[in-house]
Ligand binder design. Structure first.
Ligand code: AMP
Ligand code: MG
Length: 350
């Protein structure tokens, strides 16, 4: 398939109406368009078209039991696609966090095909804030189903180059708008009865959710590795994810010991490290030393994590990557969650 790559700077969306119209025509006729959002790049198709949704699964190699998030432009449209049972909770979420990096799961209406929800009777809906995403959805006139635009199992794409590595030749169009701001996928919450449950941490933090909604339950899969017979509420959370080609091992423990361990390990040319900016003065100047962010800046770490993980794929001799595990409060919880999946829960305590 021929893939057209179009550059649209996010601050000049108005000048690219023609390109966005072309992209929306592709969506309307059942094709695939990769577009930027504030979280990561999304692989979009018409969510009301079963055949188009099937194309998403095959382009990504996504297991058919892993449902898609649908993207809409306006909160008034929630009712078109979901059965809203707790108007009060949805309103609180919308007033504070929407548009933005939060996805809400509620009972679905019949119009949403089962291919999109992987047979579930609920649907995940997000209203992105990225201007390119919003205009594309508006022009398409349909909800746009869009998982992260990576090959299944690989780190999610935060730059168009990542998308090109994984999906060039498999989609009709890729819109390149530079780096995604948040850098990790959306926070997912489920509304059911009186409960609000966090299924996946992301740009909206657990602390912020609790400030707005009171007590929020946290699905077990967010913090720990589940046993064979346990299932997370978000089916996608059970898969090995975000893995670069090398093995990843997370590092935890005493600051000096962690730095000494990284320094010693780097003597092996097959080792890379993902560390804090402050660590670099103790480590060799080398392309195998990759900065995740400043020690106390978990937002920067979120923004950079997937790019860091992909960096090592271009250094063929790397077989092992050691990554520092940050504190798990605020957006750090999402960074830790993704790193733990990338390393398959392998942590070295020092
Ligand atoms: P991605 O779009 O690649 O960020 O992945 C979407 C995530 O949302 C996956 O972990 C899915 O399992 C989860 N998800 C989507 N729809 C639902 C749903 N109806 N119920 C529970 N989880 C969902
Ligand atoms: Mg994904």
């Amino acid at each position: 398939m021929e893939t057209k790559v179009v550059k649209i700077p996010p601050n000049r969306v108005e000048e690219f109406e023609k390109e966005l119209l072309e992209a929306s025509e592709i969506i309307k006729r059942g094709g695939l368009v990769v577009f930027p959002t504030e979280t990561v790049y999304g692989l979009g198709a018409n969510a009301l078209d079963e055949k188009a949704a099937e194309k998403i699964y095959s382009a990504k190699g996504r297991p058919s039991d892993n449902p898609l998030i649908i993207h809409i432009a306006n909160p008034e449209d929630y009712e078109k696609w979901c059965k809203v049972e707790r108007v009060d909770l949805l309103e609180k979420i919308t007033n504070r966090f929407v548009p933005g990096p939060i996805t809400v799961i509620q009972k679905k209406k019949d119009i949403i095909p089962h291919t999109v929800t992987a047979g579930m009777d609920t649907v995940a809906v997000r209203i992105p804030s990225h201007k390119v995403a919003r205009r594309l959805i508006e022009l398409s006139g349909v909800p746009v189903a869009a998982p992260s635009a990576n090959t299944s199992g690989r780190p999610s794409p935060t730059r168009a180059e990542h998308v090109i590595q994984d999906l060039y030749g498999k989609v009709d169009m890729i819109i390149d708008s530079g780096e995604c701001e948040v850098g990790l996928e959306s926070t997912i919450v489920m509304l059911k009865g009186d409960d609000v449950t966090l299924l996946r941490p992301g740009g909206v933090t657990l602390e912020e959710l609790e400030e707005t909604l009171g007590k929020v339950k946290v699905d077990k899969g967010v913090f720990e590795k589940l046993k064979e017979n346990e299932k997370p509420l978000a089916p996608g959370m059970k898969y090995r994810h975000y893995a670069p080609k090398a093995s990843v091992i997370s590092l935890k423990g005493d600051e000096e010991k962690v730095i000494a361990f990284m320094k010693e390990s780097l003597k092996d040319k097959g080792v890379g490290v993902i560390c804090y900016r402050e660590d670099t003065e103790h480590l060799p100047h080398d392309n195998r030393v990759v900065v995740l962010g400043s020690k106390s800046d978990t937002e920067e770490m979120a923004h950079r994590l997937f790019d860091c993980l992909r960096t090592f794929d271009s250094i063929p001799e790397i077989h092992t990557v050691y990554a520092r595990l940050p504190e798990d409060d605020h957006i750090g919880l999402a960074v830790v969650n993704r790193l733990m999946k990338a390393c398959g829960y392998t942590v070295k305590e020092l």
